[in-house]
Design a protein around this ligand. Structure first.
Ligand code: HEM
Ligand code: SF4
Ligand code: SF4
Length: 359
């Protein structure tokens, strides 16, 4: 979806040209029909196809031209490299582009900086604080709002700018039906099929494991986000101060979200250890790992904060949880999280193309 020719594109173009002649995998996912709608693969189209590929590895395991064949065709790896470059090329602000290749250093730096900012404003001692407003006795509410709002706004604006820059390479205005279809395809991870409806990841056998783990992780993330939104309404509209009772909506949503996030991230980390390395692009894996561990740490620290909120461990856990969440927000626009808006844009584009191919 980006218009700049990059170093990894010739290999992806070669693979797609072979696939376009072979077409054995055309029922596997949306990439093959989209490929067949094209005779040539300019840079913007390669970026689109790369973000449409869900890395299920089905076409690698089915391919008669994969290694040890002399053509050494590896479509998932070639598209994964282009995908990373497509994000890198469109990162806004552009000065942050290099950070996609240094995910551990970038994330550790962001979490540390956020932790220091939180500590600088913390005035509670490591003693138990209880009752309404207990968290704000450690970090003032105004500071929590300022840090959260500034980092989230940066994340949303920078990710929107990156996705728009990618979209400009292809152009077109989607209709609401295209967005709805893309929402369905994203929510079901339809393209994580690999032929028989089930992704062969982590090995060659069909398995729904990655899809289920991703659903848990992304669903848990949305629930945790909903918990924070409900808590904001409770705080500012209804005037109820956190910590909230165990059976209140923010706590129930947050607990369910944290448990799902932790289970999903742990599942994806375990699957990654088992994954066949042959169809993977090794240089893209660190970004996956860092986001997985960061999300797992956010969920674990959130659940620990909930469980220990009336003990002397609360101030430290609050600072830790806040630092991890702010670190996620700050790194979203130049890390693996970019896959969500870029993949979503590719699904919208695919819905538009399918529509015009029918008419
Ligand atoms: C539009 C919504 C989304 C779509 C279409 C999507 C799609 C995908 C796909 C296809 C993969 C596997 C291939 C790859 O590693 O790139 C993946 C991986 C991943 N996604 Fe998402 N995702 C979405 C939203 C999210 C959200 C909201 C989160 C986190 C809260 C998330 C976290 C992750 C992580 C951590 C991985 C790496 C997993 C691994 O390496 O095994 N995704 N996503
Ligand atoms: S991945 Fe291999 S088998 Fe599948 S379409 Fe491409 S060349 Fe053919
Ligand atoms: S989604 Fe799966 S089958 Fe489709 S191109 Fe990507 S790796 Fe191949």
């Amino acid at each position: 979806m980006q218009a700049t020719e990059t170093a990894t594109m010739p290999d992806a173009r070669r693979a797609l040209e072979i696939c376009n002649a072979c077409r054995y995998c055309e029922g596997f996912c949306a990439v093959f029909p989209a490929m067949e709608r094209r005779r040539e693969f300019p840079a913007a189209d390669l970026g689109f196809l790369a973000n449409l590929c869900h890395g299920c590895n089905g076409c690698y395991h089915a391919c008669q031209y994969a290694p040890p064949h002399e053509w050494a065709l590896n479509l998932p790896a070639a598209l994964a490299r282009v995908r990373h470059e497509s994000w890198s090329e469109t990162i806004r602000p552009a000065a942050l582009r290099g950070l996609l290749r240094r995910p551990l250093a970038a994330t550790a730096g962001a979490v540390l900086a956020a932790g220091l900012a939180a500590l600088a404003s913390a005035h509670g001692r490591a003693t138990a604080h209880t009752g309404p407003g207990a968290f704000y006795a450690v970090i003032p509410l105004a500071t929590l709002i300022a840090l959260g709002a500034a980092t989230l706004l940066f994340a949303l604006l920078a990710m929107a700018a990156s996705t728009l820059a990618a979209w400009r390479g292809l152009g077109g205005t989607p209709r609401s039906i295209h967005v709805l279809r893309a929402l369905h395809d994203a929510a079901t991870l339809k393209n994580l099929g690999g032929g028989g409806g089930l992704c062969p990841y982590p090995g060659e056998r069909p398995s729904g494991a990655r899809r289920h783990a991703h659903h848990a992780l992304a669903g848990g993330f949305l629930l945790a986000f909903a918990a924070t939104s409900v808590a904001t309404i409770d705080e500012h509209v209804l005037g109820w101060h956190a910590p909230y009772p165990w059976l209140s909506l923010p706590v129930l949503l947050g607990t369910a979200g944290g448990v799902l996030m932790l289970a999903g991230a742990a599942g994806l980390i375990a699957l990654k250890r088992l994954a066949d390395p042959a169809p993977l692009a090794a240089e893209t894996l660190a970004a996956d790992q860092v986001l997985l561990w960061l999300l797992a740490a956010i969920a674990a620290s959130g659940l620990a904060l909930l469980a220990l909120r009336e003990t002397a461990a609360m101030p430290l856990l609050l600072v830790l949880h806040l630092a991890l969440v702010l670190g996620l927000f700050v790194t979203m626009p130049f890390g693996k999280f970019l896959h969500a808006p870029h993949r979503f844009a590719a699904l919208v584009r695919d819905a538009m193309e399918r529509d015009s191919a029918r008419s």
